[in-house]
Design a protein around this ligand. Structure first.
Ligand code: FES
Ligand SMILES: [Fe+2]
Length: 428
């Protein structure tokens, strides 16, 4: 299924491979579950499907953040059928087994029917084998056979720090709305695109043309020439994680001044300058404009601009892609308004281009079995790659397919180990 510079179409269209991915890949690595700011108060919860598993992320009455499987230990029903809320516990709709929001079973109707020695704690809601956090980002793993979260993140943690520590380092809040897309394509078509620095001027041509006609030399105009000659780059962070850095162009002078016009641009700028003076106002505005970072933490956390994206596999050819917007706790209202206007922008005008391409790829791969291979050769042997002297990590020009080559390597490691472990278990 792999040969140098190519991957087989079956990886995107084969039902069995998709089920194996849920079991061996999503079942055997750290997954991003949500952000602690999504459940700020005691008893807040969100119910979310991650890696195919229904989960509840909850801030318990006792003040702990917990992740529970949203699956009744009785007959298997989904217990919590709301997407979010505030509740001290959950009652299964089928036979009313009741659970406190830390997962402990508190009552079972007609309990005597289970005999005198029935222990309620034997039917608590189950939890993933491991849960850990990195600066507000909550991760879980469904097996304990994983490295520590810090080890898993590796150099990606430093880039998350850079993303979080822009401007005044106010806490990032993920509670300002989200935009879900149902995409009729395999989850990897979306993951491929997250690190594809080749497509922007072609896929998003109409959007970029409108921007440059109306506003001149603004954000993303740098894709107009040979952008492989630019200082932007693609980087391998290990463990399948990758990074595209647009900051050398986007933030070259003033990120804010290079931002295309948005509703309220002049009014917000003027209000901040009047109140804080030009230097300070521009400093804040620069730090609120798109981060210029695409940080891809394999397999389901994508940081893009100021937003968080989660691709969730639903079927071999169906994926839910959710964009979560972020604001800053304690920042001036104008700054959060700027962030929101910018975050409405790309999902509305750019993501539709991308989603069209994800579905076009899926259709082509499904319908032409005679053409078996997907090409991921770009910059594989142009000798344009090299070690970044700053951090010792491998980087290549912006348009490289390094991202796909990197994550498919991790994909193979996880799938091969998962399958051989499972074969060994079956043979015991
Ligand atoms: S399935 Fe949940 S109480 Fe019966
Ligand atoms: Fe795109």
């Amino acid at each position: 299924m792999f040969r140098p510079g190519f991957v087989h179409r079956r990886l995107y269209v084969d039902e069995q491979i998709f089920h194996d991915e849920l079991r061996y890949l999503y079942g055997r690595t750290w997954l991003y579950i949500g952000h602690e700011s999504e459940v700020p108060q005691p008893n807040d919860f969100i119910a979310r499907r991650v890696g195919g598993r229904p989960l509840i992320l909850v801030h318990t009455q006792a003040g702990e953040i917990r992740v529970l499987f949203n699956r009744c230990p009785h007959r298997g029903a989904i217990v919590c059928r709301e997407t979010h809320g505030n509740a001290k516990g959950f009652i299964c709709g089928y036979h009313a087994w009741t659970f406190a929001n830390d997962g402990h079973c508190s009552s079972v109707p007609l309990r005597q029917g289970y005999g005198a020695d029935f222990n309620l704690h034997s039917v608590d809601l189950a939890c993933p084998a491991k849960v850990d956090r990195y600066r507000g980002f909550i991760f879980a793993a469904f097996t304990s056979d994983v490295p520590s979260l810090t080890e898993h993140l590796g150099p990606a943690a430093d880039l998350l720090d850079q993303w979080l520590d822009r401007g005044d380092r106010q806490p990032v809040v993920v509670r300002s709305g989200s935009m879900p897309f149902l995409v009729h394509a395999n989850w990897k078509t979306i993951y491929d695109n997250a690190g594809d620095g080749y497509h922007p001027p072609f896929s998003h041509e109409s959007m970029l043309t409108v921007f440059s006609r109306r506003y001149g030399d603004v954000d993303m105009n740098y894709y107009g020439s040979d952008f492989d000659k630019s200082p932007m780059y693609s980087k391998n962070l290990g463990n399948g994680h990758t990074f595209l850095d647009q900051r050398p162009e986007m933030h070259k002078l003033s990120a804010w001044k290079r931002q295309h016009v948005m509703p309220g641009y002049e009014a917000i700028e003027k209000a901040l300058i009047d109140r804080l003076g030009e230097t300070r106002a521009l400093q804040l505005l620069d730090a609120s404009t798109g981060s210029g970072m695409n940080l891809n933490i394999f397999p389901n956390l994508l940081i893009i601009g100021n937003q968080i994206q989660m691709p969730e596999p639903l079927a071999v050819n169906q994926t839910q892609l959710t964009w979560f917007s972020t604001t800053l706790d304690g920042a001036p209202d104008e700054i959060n308004a700027v962030r929101m206007r910018m975050q409405e922008d790309f999902p509305s005008f750019g993501e539709v281009d991308d989603a069209g391409n994800f579905e076009a790829c899926q259709q082509g791969m499904e319908s032409v079995p005679e053409m078996e291979w997907i090409d991921i050769r770009r910059h594989i042997n142009t000798a344009r790659g090299g070690v970044d002297p700053q951090d010792g990590l491998w980087r290549e020009p912006m348009s490289s397919d390094l991202h796909m080559r990197t994550y498919f390597q991790r994909w193979q490691e996880l799938m091969n180990t998962g399958k051989s472990n499972s074969l060994a278990e079956e043979n015991i």
